[in-house]
Each structure stands twice: as C-alpha cells, then as structure tokens.
Write a protein of this length. Structure first.
Length: 393
C-alpha cells in the first residue's frame, strides 16, 4: 500500500525546497513528489505539516557497524592484525558489517540512512561497503571503493614510523605496477610462468578493477604535497580517485578541480592536529566548493559519533559553504560520487530513504522525528533512550 507524507517542506536535492509538499512512497521507492500533489486513492496519509523532509544522510568513511568498543579486540572488525601484510586489497568490510551493532541505532537517530563503511589498517586496507542502516537487506554494494592510507604504520601499532609516507607511496607504486603487469599476464602468473609479484592474486584481481576504472580508489591523505602525488598517480594509472580527509586539500583546490577529483572532507578536523595538517582551516569546504571541487562531508572519527554528521554540515555553513551545498555534501554528492545513483535525492524512482525533521536539519537543536529506509519506516529509539526512561522512573 502506498504512503503519502503530506504538508512538509521537502528538500529534494534537485532544486529549491518544495513548500507544503506531498511525497508518495510505493514499495521501496518514491512514486511521486510535488507541491500540488494529491495522495492516490487508498494511500495511507501521514500529516507532517510544519516538518522538514530531506533525503537520508550518508556517512562516508565510517567504521559504523564494524566496531563497538575500540579497546576490546573482540568487537573490532574490518581489519587484520598489525603484523599482517599492509596490502590487503581483497579484504571486504561487507563481510564483517554487523547491522545489530549498538552504533547503528545511534547513527539512525542522527538522520543517517546509508553509510560507506571503510576497512581499517595497512596501506591498502581493503574494500569499502555501501550499506543501508536497515535490519534486513542492508547491503547495497559490497565493493564500493578501495581504501588506501598514505603514511599508515607498516606493521606495528602506534604512530607511523619515520619514513612511513615514503614507504606508502613506494608500496602503492609497486602494487599498481604489478597489477598492470598482471592484467595482461594473468594466465602465466597463475601457472608460475611470470616473475614473482609483490602481492597475492586475490589482491591483484581487486587492483585490476581499479586499473579498469570499475572501482574507486579512496585515498586517505591530508598534506597538500601528498595530494599532488596522488593526483600524479591517478593520471599515470588512469584511476578514479577520491581524496579522504584532505585537511590541506584547499591549498591544491585548483589541481583537484582540473583532475575532477572529489574530496571527502572531515569537517571536524579543522585544526593543525598533526604535521600533515598544519594548514587545515574551518572554511576548507567552502574554499573547495568555490574552486569547483565536489565536496563530501565525511565521518572519519569514532562510529559512536556518526550522528554528528549534520552538525559538521552546519559548521561548514557557518564557515561559508552555501546551505544547499552543505546538505548535498551529506546526501546527493556522496551517492553520486560512489555510483549509488538512486539514492541521495527525493524524486520519482529514487530509493525511499527519507528523514522527517522537526526543524532545520543542520541545527543541533532539531532532531529526526521519523525515518523511512527503502520505503519501510524504521524506529529511531536507541538503547540510550531505553536506559533514560528506565532510570527516570
């Protein structure tokens, strides 16, 4: 049976907001949306007058659903032991994602309906998964991007050792060169008629997809000079690259725009917290947007704080990013960049991932009232809510 949400201000992601609009949901998708739309006969009508509806928010770069307690190794997934090979392209975050993780309801309460979940560790960490925060049928794409970290520890916990950045680029170049050789010599390699390569066949198969431009390479890097090196590598190997982190990306915004490389920016990392981010600044999202770079506001911190994603967008607006661009950076843009074209907007045919807010979604004093994921309403209650009610009695 169709559902009609009636009377809200709707941010469709495809133009100005629609006032007093109606959204019709049929099954898992939006059937229609408009300001003068009449609910179809037999539809369940839900009055959301005075509310604001946006597409569901998208958390990019998160460890949501793969980590509950960081210091408890039994709850840390989507990684390998520090002693493992730093190249583990075949590792899939999708294989370890837990829809029952306690971090998932908290993220939903913050308006997040989808996430690009990244693996962790090593220099080529593995494949990110695009998931919807539903309890069933949550996986949208098991291999949505390949995560690469520049300057990662080689084989030990703690901060990167001296030379880690140089070693990262050396190993990345070596891996890409071997993958290029493997592309035309897979048979000889598998029958031991080719020289030894630096990584396994399983990892080479994944890198081959990156060389074929079938798989985005998400490079976590902050320093401006390192970003220029990544651009050089992207041109040399014809890679589809997204910069993740990008604390100093604003310094090379022109080069990024010309290379058509998006930036998934950690908007909360706006202070010089490391030698790789000495020139970070609060208005970097605005500067990148002005230069023509597609900006995603990402969730790169603890998954326990994923619900702050909309606050990061609000901070970016306060620092000069246009409001529509800020909202797009956590809805439409990440979906478009990572190829999930039917998500991130409210239009006929789009997946019905919607959030009903009681005010401006980028204000911390508002909250999500209701949520639909793939056309199904999902609860916004968290364990923290249950504990609050229990101990208030």
């Amino acid at each position: 049976m169709a559902i009609a949400l009636v009377g809200a201000t709707v941010h469709t992601g495809q133009g100005p907001p629609l006032e007093n609009a109606t959204i019709v949901i049929d099954g898992a998708r939006v059937h229609a949306v408009g300001a003068k739309l009449r609910p179809p006969d037999g539809a369940t009508v839900i009055d959301v007058s005075g509310m604001v509806i946006t597409p569901g928010l998208v958390a990019v770069g998160t460890r949501l659903g793969t980590l509950d307690v960081e210091l408890e190794s039994a709850s840390v997934e989507a990684t390998l032991p520090p002693s493992a090979d730093p190249v583990r392209a075949a590792l899939r975050a999708a294989d370890t994602w837990n829809p029952a993780s306690l971090t998932v309801p908290i993220a939903r309460a913050g308006g997040i309906t989808s996430a690009l979940v990244m693996p962790e560790g090593g220099q080529i960490s593995g494949q990110a998964a695009w998931v919807d925060l539903a309890e069933k049928e949550w996986l949208r794409r098991g291999s949505a991007a390949l995560r690469v970290e520049i300057g990662a520890p080689l084989a030990a916990t703690g901060p990167p050792p001296a030379g880690a950045r140089a070693a990262s680029f050396l190993r990345l170049r070596e891996s890409l060169a071997d993958a290029r050789l493997y592309r035309g010599n897979r048979g000889p390699f598998l029958t031991n008629k080719l020289r030894a390569l630096s990584i396994s066949a399983a990892d080479l198969d994944v890198l081959d997809r990156a060389l074929a431009r079938d798989l985005i390479v998400a490079v976590e890097v902050d320093r401006a000079s390192d970003i220029l090196t990544v651009i050089e590598l992207a041109n040399e190997y014809a890679l589809r690259v997204v910069i993740v982190g990008g604390a100093e990306a604003w310094l090379v915004a022109g080069e990024l725009a010309r290379a058509e490389i998006p930036v998934a920016l950690d908007a909360f990392a706006d202070l010089p917290s490391s030698f790789s981010a000495l020139r970070s600044r609060p208005d970097s999202a605005a500067l990148l947007h002005s230069a023509g770079v597609r900006v995603i506001l990402a969730d790169l911190g603890s998954p326990h704080f994923a619900h702050r994603l909309r606050q990061s967008a609000g901070n970016a607006v306060a620092a000069g990013l246009p409001y529509d661009a800020a909202l797009a950076s956590i809805t439409r843009v990440p979906a478009a960049v990572f190829g999930i074209a039917d998500t991130g907007t409210i239009r006929a045919g789009a997946v019905a991932n919607l959030v009903v807010w009681n005010g401006d979604p980028l204000e911390v004093t508002t909250w999500a009232e209701r949520m639909w994921i793939r056309g199904q309403e999902v609860p916004l209650e968290t364990r923290q809510d249950l504990l609050t009610r229990r101990y208030r009695q």
